[in-house]
Design a protein around this ligand. Structure first.
Ligand code: PEP
Ligand code: MN
Length: 337
C-alpha cells in the first residue's frame, strides 16, 4: 500500500508516518515528487491493523497496491526515474545510445570500436565477456581479459561500459570493471543472480525474458530492487512468437505498457529482436516514437567475421548513419541524441 501525503504536508508529519510504519516492522519507501509526497509500504500490511494511518496529520489517503511488484511500481514513485551511469544517465532528456559488439574478441577490436561509436553518438559502450550461447560449442567469451580491454576503451574514450553477467562469480569479477551490469534474457528469472546484482550499487540493465510477460519482468526488477539496488533499467529485446521472419518479435507495445506501470527507464534492443541488420533502423525509429529512453545496438567493425551475432551487427559507419537518421525524430519526441 502507499500513503499519499497532503500537498505541502510538513516534514514532521512525513517523519511520523515513516516512524509508525518502521515501528511495525515494515519497510518505508519515500518518494518526494513535485506535487505529492508518497510513502510506499513494503511487507505484511496486516501488521498495521492496530493503527489507521489515514487519520494521521498530513495524510491525504491510503491506496492499496494490488500488483506484487512495489518498488518498481509507478504508484510508489510517480516521477520517472533517471539513473546515473558514469558520466551519463538513462531516463533523462538525452537518449541512451548503447553500442558495441556482441562479444569482446580482442583489445584492438574494443579500442577501435569504442573510438568509432563515440564519434557517431554512442553514450555507453557494450561488449560481452561472458557469452551464454545457444550452442555450448560456440565462442563463450574472453571473461576477465575482455573486461580489461573494455576498461581500457573507457580510459581512452570516457564512455561508460556495460557487460552481461551470467553467474555469481562473474558479478564479483565484473564489479571491479563495469559501470553497468546486464542481465540477459535467458537469466531474467535467475533469482539468485538478480539478488546478487541487487546487493551492489552498480546499475543493472534487465533484459526481458524470451517468454516473459511484462508483469513477470517487473517482478524480476523487484528482486533486484528489494535487495537495495534501485538502479534498474528495463530492456525490451523481442519475445518468442510464432513468427519466424525475425529472430524474435519486438514487442513495441511493451514501451508504453512499462511506462504506465513503472517509473523505471526502458530501452529497446532492436538488434537481438530483428536478428538481421536490415530491420534495425525501422525498429529503432519505432522504439523512439513509442517513448523508449534509449537503444542498444550491436556494432562490429567486420560483421562477416564476428564471433557472435554478425548478421545483426552494424558496421560503425552504418551506426553513425543510423544516429544521424534518428536525430530529427528524437527532437520531435522532445529528446536529445
Ligand atoms: C546480448 O546482449 O549480447 C545478449 C545475449 O542479449 P539477450 O540476452 O537479449 O539475448
Ligand atoms: Mn548478441
Amino acid at each position: 500500500m502507499i500513503v499519499v501525503m497532503k500537498p505541502h504536508a510538513p516534514q514532521n508529519c512525513v517523519d511520523q508516518v515513516i516512524q509508525v510504519i518502521e515501528g511495525h516492522g515494515l519497510i518505508s519507501h519515500l518518494s518526494v515528487g513535485d506535487e505529492v509526497t508518497i510513502i510506499g509500504v513494503v511487507g505484511d500490511k496486516s501488521k498495521l491493523a492496530d493503527c489507521n494511518l489515514e487519520l494521521f496529520d498530513g495524510v491525504e489517503k491510503i491506496v492499496s497496491v494490488t500488483e506484487s511488484y512495489k518498488l518498481a511500481n509507478k504508484k510508489f514513485h510517480a516521477n520517472p526515474s533517471t539513473i546515473k551511469v558514469g558520466n551519463t544517465e538513462i531516463g533523462g532528456k538525452k537518449l541512451a545510445m548503447i553500442a558495441g559488439p556482441c562479444a569482446i574478441e580482442s583489445r584492438d577490436q574494443m579500442l577501435k570500436t569504442a573510438q568509432a561509436i563515440k564519434g557517431a553518438g554512442a553514450t555507453i559502450l557494450r561488449g560481452g565477456a561472458y557469452k551464454p550461447r545457444t550452442s555450448p560449442y560456440s565462442f563463450q567469451g574472453l571473461e576477465e581479459e575482455g573486461l580489461r580491454y573494455m576498461a581500457e576503451a573507457r580510459e581512452e574514450t570516457g564512455l561508460p561500459i556495460v557487460c552481461e553477467v551470467t553467474s555469481l562469480e562473474a558479478v564479483e569479477v565484473a564489479a571491479k570493471y563495469v559501470n553497468l551490469f546486464q542481465i540477459g534474457a535467458r537469466n531474467m528469472q535467475n533469482f539468485y543472480l538478480l539478488k546478487e546484482v541487487g546487493k551492489t550499487n552498480i546499475p543493472v540493465i534487465l533484459k526481458r525474458g524470451l517468454a516473459a510477460t511484462v508483469d513477470e519482468w517487473l517482478n524480476a526488477a523487484e528482486y533486484i530492487m528489494s535487495e537495495g539496488n534501485k538502479n534498474v533499467i528495463l530492456c525490451e529485446r523481442g519475445i518468442r512468437t510464432f513468427e519466424t521472419s525475425t529472430r524474435n518479435t519486438l514487442d513495441i507495445s511493451a514501451v508504453p505498457v512499462v511506462k504506465a506501470k513503472s517509473h523505471l527507464p526502458i530501452i529497446v534492443d532492436p538488434s537481438h529482436a530483428a536478428g538481421v541488420r536490415h530491420y534495425i533502423a525501422p525498429l529503432a525509429k519505432a522504439a523512439i516514437a513509442a517513448g523508449a529512453d534509449g537503444l542498444m545496438i550491436e556494432v562490429h567493425h567486420d560483421p562477416a567475421r564476428a564471433l557472435s551475432d554478425g548478421p545483426q551487427s552494424l558496421k560503425p559507419s552504418k551506426f553513425e548513419a543510423l544516429c544521424n537518421e534518428l536525430r530529427p525524430l528524437s527532437k520531435l519526441m522532445g529528446r536529445d541524441l
